[in-house]
Write a protein of this length. Sequence first.
Length: 342
Amino acid sequence: MTEQIATLGQLLDGAGTTWRVFDIGRHITKLDKKQFLAIEQAQIPYPFPLAGHAWLAIQFWDSKASSEPYVWFLKFPVDEQSKLVCASRDHFANMVIEAIGNDLTGSQADGKLDNNPYVFTPNANKLAAFNAQLKVLLKQPASQYYEYSQLYFSGKLGFDNWQSVAVQGIADFALRLDDDKNLAALQNAWQQLPAEVLQPLSAMLEHVEIPPSLSEQLLSYAQQAITQKDTLALCCALRAMSKAQAQTLTAQLVDTILHSDIACESDVLQTIAGRCFNLLSAPERLHIFMDNCAHQQQIEELFPSIFADLVAIPNIRPHLLGLLRKKNRSETLARAIGRLFS
């Protein structure tokens, strides 16, 4: 393959593979191929940048063989408009061609990209959630840890006996809630789960469009957590509801938090910005949220980092920049914004 490779899509098509691509920086979200092509050609901004990068998982397999799919986890820098820095993508594509040529799924491909500067390894929770999601998409059985986690969530082992439940098992369980047995078991178990299980579980559920019945339950659980000032329980509920089918219930929770006594807790604010960011494209909610960030005790670190995170997200940027010019904002918010530019 001697002609110039213009996109990763071309590289994968030229190698005769079937492929799909996901954003895995924030939620694990499948990107449409047309959308991905427009991103690669810098026609549109990357929709979910995180820390100045696009975080991608590209899954591909040989169209003609029934081999297991390969996955590349890649991060590419984006510019100040959140558009892909194409030179990095070109550099990666050239490194691939030099290292393994056109046979991306051949035996010589193994391990050849280990030291590639654009390749990264997701954290354990993200990796487990991604593996679980791929198994569902490929209609493959879950991992060997799945049945044991089903047993645990059914309550038969006792909820305190969580030490032998594998993270991958929790991921498989969370990604298979359309199995009614799993959903019912989770709803019965939720109130009794220890923090050691709730935290990884909510890290899996943030990639799942959970059904409204579970959102309703989590909303009342979260409202109780607000009353008790239990930030850990509240953050778990927020994460679990962040990609829910019933976004109106998630929005109701975020609005309740923003007007509550724990509205300025840094963990809560960071969870909203990191997981429920889509809801901050509503200008009025964004204004209240940023005002709460400005009133937070560790304002010096928190406000600038949340501002930098959110201003990179294309559907939030115009509203956040609009806030810079807004007249009726609190003195505290005005000062916090002033410090960004001093």
